[in-house]
Design a protein around this ligand. Sequence first.
Ligand code: 1HN
Length: 355
Amino acid sequence: MSIETAPEETPERRAYYERLAPEGLAALWTRFPELVSREPKSPIRPHLWRYQAVRALLMEAGGLITAKEAERRVLILENPGLPGQSRVTRSLYAGLQLVLPGEVAPAHRHTQTALRFVMEGEGAHTAVDGEKTIMRPGDFVITPNWAWHDHGNDSDRPMIWLDGLDIPLVQFLDASFAEGYGADEFPRGRPTGDNLARFGQGLLPVDWEAGETRTSPVFSYPYARSRETLERLRAAEEWDACHGIKLRYVNPATGGWAMPTMAACLQLLPKGGETEPYRSTDATVFTATEGRGRTIVGEPILGETILDWGPRDVFVVPSWAPVRHEALDDAVLFSFSDRPVQEALGLWREDRGAA
Ligand code: 1HN
């Protein structure tokens, strides 16, 4: 017996194992290798979704069903390694959501945390606990666990964003609760932009305390600001060999990740740049906001997957797979993963110069 191989099966042993099942029992030594692998072994596959192809199908859905009737009109980005399971990685869900001009997606809340990353359109809004934020391409917006949220599009163009939710994680823990508000909009309270003005300026109201929520009090991170920060760091030449320039979206009250279950980052890869191999245990979903490039996933001997991406394409990299990025233009990648969960549990690992 070793940790990687189960002991040989003999007729006698097999007969014994068969008697265990009806008793609700199983022999650990037959299961060890599948339960405790030497390294992460994931059914998740590297995969890329072309934005224009998904967009065409999403617009077709726009003619089939309203956002209101669908509750949320979304095409799920389903990992081909786990078909039918509504997941992009083992722990996370991703989808592309369409809200057409004049539409609303009614107010509801759930224990799943959501993030939005705007792909297309300008001027539609989402509201979190009654506070509206106007969405523009590249904006990163979060909906905390159990916060009321509704979306609306008062602009004259379709609005499409990438949704990331911790659905499979919450499902795994059997901790899903959800309810509808019973009206399109949750009553409006604070003025639009209040969260950023109050919490996003390096200041906090003097007696403010974080309270129950572990999510950032800033729920809207405009692209213009994040992009500007990337440029500042480029000017300072703060390049990292594995990441280019990579920033994490933080909760300004704690300095930690903006959400307790999902990490989100924005990174700049310079034209012609190639990153060093890198791997980490958090399977990661990426989308390019600008530029074209190529991401090579895997190892030369064991098999590589080449993902050629352009603006708004979405791709996923499995846990512990070595990754290299090559940028054909100055490129900006947004990404999200379950890293905060793994960190909180002491599970997260990375390997720079992997493979
Ligand atoms: C949800 O509430 C939204 O609010 C999007 O936009 C996708 C997928 C499953 C469950 C709830 C949204 C969702 C979702």
